[in-house]
Design a protein around this ligand. Structure first.
Ligand SMILES: NC(=O)c1ccc[n+]([C@@H]2O[C@H](COP(=O)([O-])OP(=O)(O)OC[C@H]3O[C@@H](n4cnc5c(N)ncnc54)[C@H](O)[C@@H]3O)[C@@H](O)[C@H]2O)c1
Length: 407
């Protein structure tokens, strides 16, 4: 089969055809499953909310949360690409509102984001995040808290993280295998629920309790999302489990997989323990198509999937609320990279590909394709940032992308 790359995601990211609630039966008959898979999860599908302005243009309202470190640089890069493309997106305009939350905000206000940040973000059509965190300045549990709160409050339960190799980008694996996989990370519960405590703090017998929460509903919807995606790609799904050692949570994951896979007999399904997947991502990455994992497993695996494709700076991430009852969030997979912050050398590719995923989600697939093709063309010519062995800074690389996208 051909390489689906990000293209396999588009049916999952593109919008259905009506803004009004549409019941499942109607949806099934109205459009093929290729264009709307969300009826599988819910009784209604809704369209992006962008209202028409007096000129008849749709307005997409985007909240920008650049965050810390290189999050600011890569957000600026993605915004520059969007602004350059905007004139060619004839029916839409983008209204961008920037929120300078993070470490600098903390220095002034004693908090990394205002207490009402969730209410502030809720009316937007999408959120674009650079990266948060700067451990040398503030503990991560403070800087990353708003991001985790956004994901959970807005029920962005499907975290979609594609990773692929690009011609022109050297990877670290011997034999330069082609990698083209997507990790679906359950994004609303699992190991990242805020549940636990520290006891006898500072004493020699101090102890900590951290509980994970895995629900049948949460597992099932993540798996169904993965199966639907696998059907658009190479028809293979792998569950990341650990039921040999975690005999409550991951036996539930295994059991739900067995139930759901019966409905997807056209998808080859297997399960591997997380440690085996970590090994096999390196040994035979070409085996993997769609990988579904819990919040923690998906988080860890996508640093690895980034590394085996050439570098963390390449990979985008979409935190989706598939029901569209709240905004979804788009971001690169990487963090704020304090070690290179302020040097102007951050690779903005992951952020720019996250922009493409956001454009798809907002119902602008043609613009999304232009962005992706521009990235492929520029990397294919060997024009790269230093993390990939090149010598272009963030701004110069972004200009190349803009040149290719607007040519
Ligand atoms: N979603 C997020 O905002 C997110 C994700 C991961 C980590 N973090 C946070 O980011 C901070 C730094 O974490 P870390 O150092 O473990 O991970 P990191 O992803 O920031 O960096 C890991 C390594 O990859 C390099 N790197 C990452 N992105 C790059 C890019 N776009 N271009 C070039 N090089 C790049 C860095 O220089 C660093 O050497 C921490 O506070 C962490 O909690 C945030």
């Amino acid at each position: 089969m051909g390489r689906p790359g990000l293209r396999g995601l588009h049916p999952l990211l593109s919008s259905p055809s009506s803004r009004l609630p549409v019941f499942r039966v109607f949806r099934v008959f109205q459009v093929s499953r290729v264009f709307c898979v969300f009826h599988v999860f819910d009784r209604v599908c809704t369209r992006p909310r962008g209202p028409l302005n007096p000129a008849g243009l749709k307005t997409h309202r985007i909240a920008l949360y650049p965050g810390d470190g290189i999050g600011v640089d890569v957000t600026d890069a993605a915004v520059a690409v969007l602004r350059a493309l905007e004139p060619s997106i004839e029916s839409s305009r983008f209204e961008l509102t920037r929120f300078d939350w993070g470490c600098r905000y903390y220095d002034q206000h004693g908090v990394v984001a205002p207490p009402d940040f969730i209410a502030t973000l809720r009316p937007f059509d999408a959120i674009f995040l650079g990266a948060v965190g700067w451990p040398q300045r503030l503990p991560d549990y403070i800087t990353l808290k708003p991001l985790i709160t956004i994901r959970q409050t807005f029920d962005q339960w499907a975290c979609v993280r594609p990773a692929r190799t690009f011609p022109g980008v050297p990877g670290p694996l011997a034999g330069a295998p082609t990698v083209d996989l997507v990790v679906i990370r359950e994004n609303s519960e699992g190991e990242y629920v805020d549940n636990g405590g520290r006891f006898r703090i500072g004493h020699p017998d101090e102890f900590a309790v951290q509980s994970a929460l895995h629900t049948r509903r949460g597992i099932e919807r993540a798996l169904r999302f993965g199966f639907e995606l696998a059907r658009k790609r190479r028809h293979r799904l792998t569950l990341a489990t650990k039921s040999n050692a975690q005999r409550y949570a991951f036996t539930l994951w295994d059991e739900v997989l067995d139930l759901v896979r019966a409905e997807y007999r056209d998808v080859e399904t297997d399960k591997q323990h997380i440690d085996a997947i970590a090994m096999n991502f390196v040994r035979r990455p070409g085996f993997f198509d769609v990988v579904v994992g819990s919040n923690l497993f998906g988080d860890i695996l996508t640093d690895l999937s980034g590394a085996i494709t050439g570098g963390l700076g390449l990979n985008p991430s979409a935190n989706l609320n598939p029901e569209r009852t709240a905004p979804s969030l788009f971001e690169p997979v990487h963090g704020s990279a304090p070690d290179i912050a302020g040097k102007g050398i951050a690779n903005p590719t992951g952020a720019i590909l996250a922009l493409a995923m956001m454009l798809d989600w907002l119902g602008e697939p043609a613009a999304a394709r232009r962005v992706e093709r521009a990235v492929e063309a520029v990397l294919g010519r060997g024009e790269r940032t230093p993390d990939l062995g090149g010598n272009l800074g963030t701004v110069a690389f972004t200009e190349k992308i803009i040149g290719a996208a607007t040519a």
